[in-house]
Design a protein around this ligand. Structure first.
Ligand code: ADP
Ligand code: MG
Length: 376
């Protein structure tokens, strides 16, 4: 599609409050769509994450914002101005790349100063800005070192300093902690969060790690196969997923495929393929779910285990099949008489006399959600 078809005059003054907007953005590589009609509005100062499995189009989306890729169709707008004809170096954004991309032959100082030198920034200003950037990431003491003499975490800090030295309005981060081990990753997450608060600039983080996105973000866009499935706060994404994909990608869940047998605006009666009848809440979708096929999601921590059947809520008999002690909690695998294998999370161990003792899994209608079944 030609860019003139979608290119509008600079829309200054409109949408104040959004730093980055994507409007029906597509990116096609040799007939394959990496990004298919993405619409996003990222607020000023927001910590926004793009979350999804490998290959879903996260990096491509970030590169479209940065300007390393041009949209096949649609428009990227930064601070109210169309970026379709603006090269990367003129955009008020800086990227921290997945693999750091530090220059091995330059010192830490020179790596951070590089962009400013290219821009012919006066020497005294380079001096103070590099110093400030290194201080922000606590690397002042490493200015003369070469990147190869640094640990992964330290290299990550230098890559951050190199992005921050340009004082961008928006910092784009592509899996910045992906190469670090778990402990360091957790530490760097805390630092990223502090840095974001300190700087007050917009962060757009790409990650495949749901825990990272949930704990750092103001809002998250969940991507699947080139499309955004849902945008929301961590709480909304976890508690109110709008698709089966989001429910299963974010956190652990038990999914049942089934059919709607009865509908009320706030309640649905479902029969699962395995023959269970349950009462569930409908997800907030447009149009509302009233008939047809659905996927029911029940989180492991919403399920109660009982040795006696319950009158209230959804109650199904099963047998205990496995117990996993996970330190802070216990996971039980229970096989229902219907054949469904269900994971239950409890804060403490439960005494079940034998593997053949009947046990009952109980959850109320408010603790499970019916979602549209994308597989028809
Ligand atoms: P993610 O970052 O979510 O893992 P990417 O945005 O890197 O995903 O890739 C999305 C899809 O686009 C993948 O199928 C990938 O192979 C394809 N893709 C990405 N960049 C290119 C390119 N330059 N040329 C061709 N295909 C590409
Ligand atoms: Mg990627």
């Amino acid at each position: 599609m030609s860019q003139t078809a979608t290119h509008k005059p600079l829309s200054t003054g409109v949408n104040v409050g959004f730093d980055v907007e994507l409007r029906k953005v597509f990116k096609v590589y040799g007939g394959e769509s990496a990004v298919r009609g993405v619409d996003l509005s990222i607020g000023q100062g927001e910590f926004f994450s793009i979350l999804g499995p490998s290959g879903c189009g996260k990096t491509t989306t970030l590169r479209l914002i940065a300007g390393f890729e041009t949209p096949t169709a649609g428009e990227v707008v930064i601070r109210g101005q169309s970026m379709n004809h603006v090269p990367p170096y003129r955009r008020p954004v800086n990227t921290v790349f997945q693999n750091y991309a530090l220059f091995g032959h330059l010192s830490v100082w020179e790596n951070v100063a590089f962009g400013l030198r290219i821009q012919k920034c006066p020497r005294s200003e380079v001096q103070s800005r590099v110093q400030d950037a290194l201080k922000l990431v606590k690397m002042e003491g490493f200015a003369k070192r070469s990147p190869s003499s640094l640990s992964g975490g330290q290299q990550q800090r230098v890559a951050l300093a190199r992005a921050l030295v340009n004082r961008p309005a928006v910092v784009l981060l592509d899996e910045p902690l992906g190469a670090l081990d778990l402990k360091l990753r957790k530490e760097m997450q805390v630092e990223l969060s502090m840095l974001h608060r300190e700087l007050g600039v917009t962060f757009v983080l790409v990650t495949h790690d749901q825990e990272e996105a949930l704990c750092l973000s103001d809002r998250i866009a969940v991507m699947n196969a080139g499309q955004v499935e849902q945008v929301g706060t961590p709480d909304q994404i976890y508690e109110r997923p709008q698709t089966g994909f989001v429910a299963s990608f974010i956190g652990d869940t038990n999914l049942f495929r089934g059919r709607i047998e009865g509908a009320h605006p706030t309640m649905l009666w479902i029969r699962t393929e395995s023959g269970l009848k349950m009462t569930v809440q409908p997800a907030q979708t447009t149009p509302p779910l009233t008939s047809g096929r659905v996927v029911v999601s029940v989180r492991p921590e919403k399920i109660q285990v009982s040795l006696t059947p319950e009158e209230q809520g959804n109650c199904f008999e099963g047998r205990l099949r496995d117990v996993m002690y996970l330190g802070t909690h216990v996971h039980y695998v229970v096989q229902l008489l219907s054949g469904d294998r269900i994971t239950v999370r409890q804060p403490h161990a439960l005494t079940v006399p034998t593997a053949e003792t009947p046990i009952y899994l109980v959850w109320d209608a408010e603790s499970c959600l019916a979602l549209p079944d994308s597989q028809g």
